[in-house]
Design a protein around this ligand. Structure first.
Ligand code: NAI
Ligand SMILES: Nc1nc(O)c(N)c(N[C@@H]2O[C@H](COP(=O)(O)O)[C@@H](O)[C@H]2O)n1
Length: 255
């Protein structure tokens, strides 16, 4: 389906999203990592663990899709796949600007990805979508690996893991670089945001702040524990811009 020159987006959203991304994302040298998510005024990314909450306005969502299109790969954790069943595409852009969508990457140490996930079924219906790369740990079930590969996924083993059996992000980044990823956009969820903030990998942070309160029971953006409290990087805000009803902050991350 051709959505015309603005991909079905209203012209002001389309133009603002394009200009914002061009202005604020740095040119690429080595692996550039952009960490991005949407949060409420009280710092929540979901109302309940394992549930999806739409926070971004349509204008901010346009910016997110524009940003997806600017990256080679979009990474989420398996918790986000189980909660949201995302597509991780840049489908709000016109097809003329997005001949091929970015590569989805899922951190899934124990291969919990459901066979019914849209990340697996989508590429069978639309050849412009890539089947996901699934980053597994060393103890992943070989039968599940085979099943996911039969469904089109590429299962990549990363054997360097932390004490909880989760792939080390340095090793993940090296593997993605080796496969040609130059710009990586990390979207969440809470555990992945925390892990990337505690790493030295993030170059740019883009946070959409929506004018709502979520309250008790919500999931905080970075599920910070005392153990991680010392590991937040310094943030140098570069710009704040209003997208619809939301404010988007773009910042460089100082390691
Ligand atoms: N508002 C927003 O922008 C977004 C909100 N979300 C929300 O976040 C929630 C999901 O968050 P989580 O449950 O925390 O799931 P998550 O998406 O952060 O995945 C966590 C899982 O990733 C795996 N993992 C692999 N390597 C890891 C590493 N190095 N460090 C940590 N985990 C690693 C572990 O199996 C862990 O259980 C959902 O409610 C979803 O809707 C997710 C993305 C964006
Ligand atoms: N930018 C943004 N705003 C929100 O309000 C959100 N809930 C999210 N969530 C992220 O987007 C994924 C869904 O993507 P698709 O629409 O399925 O392509 C979701 O899984 C989160 O990563 N993002």
């Amino acid at each position: 389906m051709d959505h015309g020159t603005t991909g079905g987006l209203e012209e002001p959203y389309y133009a603002q999203a394009r200009d914002f991304v061009q202005r604020h994302l740095p040119p690429c040298s080595g692996l550039q990592v952009t960490l991005t998510y949407a949060q409420s005024l009280d710092g929540m990314i979901a109302a309940r663990p394992g549930q999806q909450l739409l926070l971004s306005s349509r204008a901010a969502m346009a910016m997110t899709h524009r940003m997806r299109a600017h990256h080679d790969a979009i990474l989420v954790g398996i918790g986000t796949v189980l909660a949201d069943d995302p597509q991780l595409s840049a489908r709000l852009l016109p097809s003329s600007e997005m001949p091929c969508h970015p590569q989805p990457v899922v951190l899934d140490p124990h291969l919990r990805m459901p066979a019914t996930a849209r990340l697996l079924s989508g590429p069978r219906a639309d050849p412009r979508l890539h089947s996901p790369w699934i980053i597994a740990g060393p103890h992943a079930d070989p039968a599940k690996r085979q099943e996911l590969q039969r469904l089109g996924a590429t299962v990549i083993s990363v054997d360097q893991v932390d004490q909880q059996g989760r792939p080390l992000l340095d090793a993940v980044a090296a593997e993605l670089s080796r496969r040609g990823v130059r710009r990586l956009m990390v979207e969440g969820g809470a555990h992945i945001i925390q892990a990337f903030l505690a790493s030295v990998l993030v170059n740019t942070l883009v946070v959409t702040i929506a004018p709502v309160f979520v309250g008790v029971g919500g999931v905080t953006a970075a599920c910070a524990s005392a153990a991680h409290a010392q590991t937040f990087p310094n943030i140098r805000p570069l710009a704040y811009e209003q997208f619809g009803t939301d404010v988007v902050m773009v910042a460089s991350v100082q390691q």
